[in-house]
Structure formats: structure tokens, C-alpha cells
Design a protein around this ligand. Structure first.
Ligand SMILES: [Zn+2]
Length: 280
């Protein structure tokens, strides 16, 4: 992806230097409570414990040059999403409210609760912020084999897609519908939400390239490889050695690739209704 000569976003909140976020605490019960919360979220508590001294204070970690470069990169991608979504919202007479991007290290406190790096990048509708620990870029590469800067751009623009869903009311509707459903039905609905975010990421790439000429050879392939890598079937196969479709929450590799591709090829917002009967 070409980024030289384009602005970074003013909506980046860099909390990496804070290491432990706002969670300054003594050891003992506080630590146990946090470990439990992280465990419930599906994270890896050792990642938090690893950052604590024995007295419970957190260590400061210096950012590597590579990480700072990645911070600059995601800032430009975020700015590019602002340009595109401002334009698309304007076309339908709406105003786009820009989300914030919080860069953190190891653990973070959001309006959606505590999270650790292990839970991966996420969007919190409660504070309209996207949370990213930049170490996920290495995880993408090493664990999922998704190389290249545009794999990272895909993940960020997917999270921005959730923000768009929030502004349009889709996220709220899905959340309230989920509370009245069986787990299996709720999972199926979440899959549609996630696939739409993939579509919106593709739609973003389409318009960003038209407006700002951002794409280099191989970028779309990098995004598609990343989309395939984070498909539920692939992740389940890797982590538990079998595929359980009822547990899917994001869609298969094939579905994720095809919805991203649809957004990228059409650039047409109206094509992204994953909730329509028979669409998924
Ligand atoms: Zn998502």
C-alpha cells in the first residue's frame, strides 16, 4: 500500500507508553480478578502477568522502530477510512462521526471492559473506539501466515466497518436481537454482521484506491489471504483440529474472502446486505 504523501489521522490515541492502561493496582486480589476477566474473554492471562513486577506495578516497554513505523501506517489507513466514509455518508445526506483508534500494549480498559492483546483488535460501540495492540501484526504473519501491509489495512478497515454499522444502527439491532435468540441463532446472526464488516472493508479499498490511488500490486491478494486466514473454519481447525459450524461467529474463509471481494469489486454500498434472506 502506498502511504507516502498522505496525512495520518488526528484520531489516534497512543496508550502504548502507559503499558498497563489505567489499570494500576496492587497484586493479590486485584491481579486475580483481572486474570479471571481476561480468561473469561478468551485471552491468555500469562500475557498480563508477564508485564507485572512482583509488587503489581507495570513495566514500561520501549517501542521498536518497526512498531513505530506500523503505528504511522495504521494512522494513515485510519485517515483514509475517514476520507472514504465521510464521502459515502455525505452522498446519502448523513454525517460521518470519526472513530478513535487506541493503540495499547498488553492490556487495555475500554467502555466494553478490560481486554488483552490476546483477544485481538476490536471495536467498542460504547466509546466508538477501535482498540489495537500492534503485536497483532506479528500474530497475523506468524500464526496465520497473512503477510504484507495490506493484511493489516484489511483488519483495521474491518473494525471501521463495525463502527459504520454502529452509526447506521445495525450493530444495536443485532445486539438486541441476539439477546432473544438461542446461542446457535445468535451465532448465525453474528456471522452476517462480521461478513458485512468484511464487505465494508472491501468497499473502503475500492473507494480509497479511486480517491487516493493507494493500492500496489498484490495488496488485494494480501487482504484476501488475511480474510481466509481468520475464517472460523481455519481457526477452529488450527486450534481444535475440527470444524464446528454452529460455533461460527465470523464466517468461513471462503465467505470472508467472497464478501471482501464483493465490496472491492462493486464499490456499491447497496450490495452489502448480508442480512437479506439467502444472502449468506
Ligand atoms: Zn469483526
Amino acid at each position: 500500500m502506498r502511504i507516502t504523501g498522505r496525512r495520518g489521522s488526528s484520531n489516534v490515541e497512543d496508550r502504548r507508553g502507559m503499558s498497563g492502561g489505567k489499570m494500576v493496582m496492587g497484586g493479590g486480589i486485584g491481579t486475580i480478578a483481572i486474570v479471571l476477566i481476561v480468561w473469561l474473554l478468551g485471552g491468555d492471562p500469562s500475557q498480563i502477568l508477564g508485564t507485572m513486577d512482583t509488587d503489581g506495578t507495570t513495566q514500561t516497554v520501549e517501542a521498536s522502530a518497526e512498531e513505530d513505523q506500523m503505528a504511522q501506517f495504521v494512522s494513515v489507513v485510519l485517515a483514509d477510512t475517514e476520507e472514504v466514509w465521510k464521502m459515502i455518508f455525505q452522498q446519502s445526506g448523513k454525517t460521518y462521526r470519526e472513530p478513535k483508534l487506541v493503540l495499547f500494549r498488553n492490556q487495555v480498559e475500554s467502555a466494553c471492559g478490560f481486554a488483552s492483546a490476546a483477544s485481538g483488535p476490536f471495536y467498542c460501540p460504547g466509546d466508538e473506539k477501535i482498540y489495537i495492540d500492534l503485536s497483532f501484526c506479528d500474530v497475523l504473519k506468524e500464526r496465520f501466515g497473512a503477510q504484507g501491509d495490506f493484511a493489516v489495512a484489511y483488519v483495521l478497515s474491518h473494525e471501521v466497518g463495525h463502527h459504520v454499522q454502529n452509526l447506521l444502527g445495525t450493530l444495536g439491532q443485532v445486539q438486541s436481537a441476539r439477546s432473544r435468540m438461542s446461542e446457535r441463532e445468535a451465532n448465525a446472526l453474528t456471522v452476517k454482521l462480521e461478513l458485512q464488516a468484511d464487505f465494508l472493508a472491501g468497499l473502503w479499498a475500492h473507494h480509497a484506491d479511486r480517491m487516493m490511488d493507494i493500492l500496489e500490486d498484490g495488496d488485494i491478494e494480501e487482504a484476501l489471504t488475511a480474510a481466509a486466514a481468520v475464517g472460523d473454519d481455519n481457526i477452529q481447525m488450527k486450534s481444535q483440529g475440527r470444524v464446528v459450524p454452529d460455533d461460527f461467529t465470523h464466517g468461513t474463509s471462503q465467505q470472508r474472502m467472497s464478501w471482501f471481494r464483493k465490496g472491492w469489486q462493486t464499490g456499491d454500498f447497496a450490495q452489502g446486505d448480508t442480512f437479506k434472506r439467502g444472502a449468506v
